[in-house]
Design a protein around this ligand. Structure first.
Ligand SMILES: [Zn+2]
Length: 266
């Protein structure tokens, strides 16, 4: 089985993970810019990170036969300092033409604060101005539905944003329908503890169909599983889904969305 991992923070993973993913059938991994687990102290820290994502990490992945793509942006956890955000966003355009850059992400909301919302709007503006795809992180737990609504409002109020060019990630049972009804793509994040288990993800696929949905592990420096996508494919198989349906969800769907960026070529 071949698959695409559309959301993984590989800079925080060991080389064994690349090897295991390749052995499991992964052909491409996409890495959104993310919080490092601590706040970066200056725009220079972000410049180095964007260079790492667009120069170094593709070479590391290639050693294991994997293509590596990335998304650039400022994570909502670092969006409280609006002045820093302005300086970081000013760095991004120089990276957008690099061959593995897919768009602006992961951007979004964490605590749904006023500054987060302001910085989210600035990043949507950046994406619109540069005709970039958008990957959105939604808040976890009890604020998810409210945060998802706020995010959809901002995106829908900008006439330049085409819904089919936006993926809203970390959807759960109470937000997936909102996102699909808005014409956007929805990502289901498979986590061992929080977010969504393989069984819950397959339930959602059975309830909502397989259009405009993808699966990702969002593996990072915390408790997470870089093989969560193939494990969910196994759960689909166990429940009797056909090989064609499984391939649609884990390979064709992410490819269909990502090919809207001219940089996504397998
Ligand atoms: Zn992430």
């Amino acid at each position: 089985m071949k698959y695409i991992e559309p959301h993984a923070h590989m800079v925080s993973r060991v080389t064994d993970d690349y090897e295991r993913m390749a052995l499991a059938g992964c052909v491409a991994v996409c890495e959104p810019a993310f919080w490092a687990g601590f706040d970066r102290s200056s725009p220079a820290g972000f410049h180095d990170y964007f260079s790492q994502l667009s120069e170094h990490e593709p070479k590391r992945a290639a050693k294991f036969g994997l293509q590596h793509f990335c998304w650039l942006g400022l994570n909502s956890k670092e969006a409280e300092d609006v002045k820093l955000a302005e300086e970081v966003l000013a760095l991004i355009p120089e990276f957008l033409d690099r061959p593995n850059v897919l768009g602006i992400g992961e951007i979004g909301l964490n605590k749904n604060s006023r500054n987060e919302l302001r910085v989210f709007e600035m990043q949507v503006e950046l994406a619109a101005r540069h005709h970039q795809l958008i990957l959105v992180h939604t808040p976890h737990l009890e604020d998810k539905r409210k945060g998802t609504r706020l995010i959809l409002e901002v995106l829908q109020n900008d006439r330049r944003i085409r819904p089919e060019r936006v993926i809203i990630d970390h959807v759960e049972e109470h937000t997936v329908e909102l996102v699909l009804a808005a014409g956007m793509w929805a990502g289901m994040t498979l986590y061992p503890e929080t977010k969504c288990t393989p069984a819950r993800a397959v339930d959602m696929l059975e309830n909502h169909g397989q259009e405009r949905l993808w699966l990702n592990s969002a593996c990072d420096w915390g408790v997470s599983d870089p093989l969560a996508v193939p494990k969910t494919a196994r759960e689909m198989k166990r429940r009797g889904h056909s090989a064609a349906t499984i391939e649609k969800v884990v390979f064709q769907n992410p490819g269909q969305f990502l090919r809207q960026s001219p940089h996504f070529k397998l």
